[in-house]
Ligand binder design. Structure first.
Ligand code: HMG
Ligand code: MG
Length: 309
């Protein structure tokens, strides 16, 4: 196996959004700096969602203001936006960063998010899948007009805590709709960590088929990303299989922090994201490179874990 994988570090957003402790903005900024320094390709910094739904990330604009002066050349900063209001908040952050800090483009990518299951979509965004797509339609061309990339997340690609098993075709259909809307990247979320190498391979092959041979987007990045949660300890094996079928872009979280609050049920808490060290080690084992300094990721992971103790 050869090549290199692209890594998006999601601990500042996905890692902190479900924790009962609210981490203050300067500490979040420190986490971003630490994970960014490891050499990851992208840092998912925060989300511009309703603070009533996710109070943990209500300070997104403040965090971006704090990290603007130290952004490393070549790193991609991204943020989740559920609707036009969130997208406009992201654009305002970029305007402020230009005026206050002289940073040409602070947020490089906005991530819209929907699901393969209606149950999860409703719980997570108070909208059906169709309604979420309607919300995204005006955002995507406007993002492109501003030079921003757009990631399209699909949650619950294997199983939904409310609707049960999800077929690969269901995921493929949502992926096709997002691609029609113009997203640059599809990110498949195994939100509750239900995947096995075989089921992950099935859904990846379905979406690769929908991508119609387009492995890279206009920005030169992979069009397909995998976002795993390590609930049952299958993530490393799933990463190995994904690399085997050609996936070269993964999300991971320092210290394995986080999970989605709306993936919890009455009896089970939302599980954590695959840890960045697990991802790096699985990639190395599979014979592909990463741009990350492992020693620095050990340090960043200890810092991340310390935040939620
Ligand atoms: P809603 O309550 O239906 O929204 O929520 P609404 O349009 O009726 O507005 C209600 C209030 O929210 C209004 O304020 C709006 O202004 C405000 P009020 O008049 O009551 O004062 N509002 C906003 N405020 C700030 N930013 C915004 C915004 N939009 C409306 N963008 C909404 C709909 C989508 C806003 C809500 O459901 C929401 O914010 N959901 C986000 C939930 C979330 O962040 N989940 C986690 C991310 S997804 C995930 O983690 C999965 C992933 O990791 C992959 C995987 O693992 O599967 C990506
Ligand atoms: Mg997640």
């Amino acid at each position: 196996m050869s090549g290199r994988i692209r890594i998006t570090e999601v601990s500042p957003r996905d890692g902190l959004q479900a924790e009962s402790v609210i981490v203050d903005a300067p500490t979040k900024a420190e986490l971003v700096r630490k994970v960014e320094a490891t050499g990851v390709d992208e840092v998912e910094v925060s989300s511009f969602v309703s603070p009533k739904w996710i109070p943990q990330l209500g300070d997104a604009a403040e965090v971006f203001d704090l990290i603007a002066p130290t952004k490393r050349d070549g790193v991609c900063y991204s943020a989740l936006v559920p609707n036009m209001k969130g997208f406009e908040a992201a654009l305002a952050v970029n305007r402020d960063a230009r005026e206050k800090h002289g940073v040409e483009r602070l947020i490089d990518k906005v991530s819209v998010f929907t699901a393969a299951s209606e149950g999860f979509s409703l719980k997570n965004t108070n909208a059906t899948i169709e309604e979420t797509l309607e919300r995204f339609a005006p955002i995507i061309p406007e993002a492109h007009a501003q030079g921003l990339m757009v990631r399209g997340y699909i949650s619950c690609v294997i199983k939904c805590p409310f609707d049960g098993e999800i077929s690969a075709a269901q995921v493929g259909d949502v992926a096709s709709r997002l691609l029609e809307l113009g997203v640059d990247e599809i990110d498949l979320g195994d939100t509750i960590g239900a995947g096995t190498p075989d089921t992950i391979e099935q859904v990846l092959l379905e979406v690769i088929d929908r991508l119609d041979g387009r492995a890279h987007n206009d920005f030169g990045d992979p069009t397909l990303t995998l976002h795993l949660h390590d609930t049952f300890g299958n993530a490393a094996a799933c990463i190995d299989r994904a690399i085997e079928v050609g996936v070269r872009s993964f999300d991971s979280s320092a210290g394995g922090l986080g999970g989605c609050p709306y993936a919890s049920t009455a009896t089970t808490r939302a599980p954590g994201n695959v840890s960045s060290l697990t991802l790096i080690d699985a990639a190395t084992e599979a014979g592909v490179q990463t741009a990350v300094d492992r020693g620095m990721m050990v340090e960043a992971s200890a810092f991340a874990s310390g935040l939620i103790k």
